[in-house]
Write a protein that binds this ligand. Structure first.
Ligand code: ZN
Ligand code: FE
Length: 256
């Protein structure tokens, strides 16, 4: 079975664009559309033709290029049904549990409310590869524009069930700032310290920190560790429940 070919490239100020290509079928997905021109340039450089667009959520830096990219390529657009009134144009609306395909490769759609209520992620289970938009970042998570801490914690718990070696493609290069915050709430975490050092080196060389893996995020991302007793104790909330701890660290991150 052929495997997915993924091209990742910077878009706008700190987004990543992703093209996902299946050599067998010749199909190519534009994962979100922060900047139609950047996607077209990248596709041309790769010799790929964009046949589908998959949106994660309605924000401009994820769906703002839909119309231009569809006009240029005729690609079909898949988007969350929840965002029916605020993403356009769209050919197929998807719900939690639906599957979408790239040739023979199948991705599961999971609703991950929190950053927005209609946010979805795309998980290729066989390929252990996921596109997580603005739900999960390397060493961070999306800001809660629409959902509650309880919504986001539940969403992150669903992702945390994925295998450790799942590759996670996050939509923004926020990792260095996230590392500084993570160290403020979990300074004794050896995995986090090692990860933060690696991130500093990569960023000093202007190299991406994305994709990350579930293993390293489980070990070091404070937003996946809200049920860790040591973290709760360090931030002065010994014995507190995970949603309370999550709400506290999300709030601290907003003010950091
Ligand atoms: Zn967003
Ligand atoms: Fe975004």
């Amino acid at each position: 079975m052929s495997t997915l070919k993924i091209r990742q490239f910077p878009c706008l100020s700190d987004n990543y664009g992703f093209l996902i290509h299946d050599p067998e079928s010749g199909e190519t997905i534009a994962l979100d559309t922060p900047d139609a021109d950047a996607y077209l340039t990248e596709a041309e450089a790769a010799g790929w033709t964009i046949t589908q667009i998959w949106n994660t959520h309605h924000h401009f830096d994820h769906a703002g290029g839909n119309a231009a990219l569809k006009a240029a390529t005729g690609a079909t657009i898949t988007a969350p049904g929840y965002d029916r009134h605020r993403i356009s144009p769209v050919d197929r609306y998807v719900e939690d549990g639906d599957t979408v395909s790239l040739g023979k490769h199948v991705a599961n759609v999971l609703y991950t409310p929190g950053h927005t209520m209609g946010h979805i992620v795309y998980h290729f289970g066989v390929e252990k590869t996921a596109f997580v938009g603005d739900t999960l970042f390397a060493l961070g998570c999306g800001r809660l524009f629409e959902g509650t801490p309880d919504d986001m914690w539940r969403s992150l718990l669903r992702l945390r069930q994925w295998p450790d070696d799942t590759l996670l493609y996050c939509a923004h290069e926020y990792t260095q700032a996230n590392a500084a915050f993570a160290l403020s709430v979990d300074p004794a975490n050896a995995a986090l310290n090692a990860y933060a050092d690696e991130v500093s080196i990569l960023r000093a060389q202007n190299r991406p920190t994305i994709p990350t893996t579930m293993a390293r995020e489980k070990a070091a991302n404070p937003f996946l560790r809200a049920d860790d007793a040591g973290l709760a104790e360090y931030i002065g909330m010994p014995g507190a429940g995970p949603v309370e701890v999550f709400a506290e660290i999300r709030g601290r991150k907003d003010r950091f």
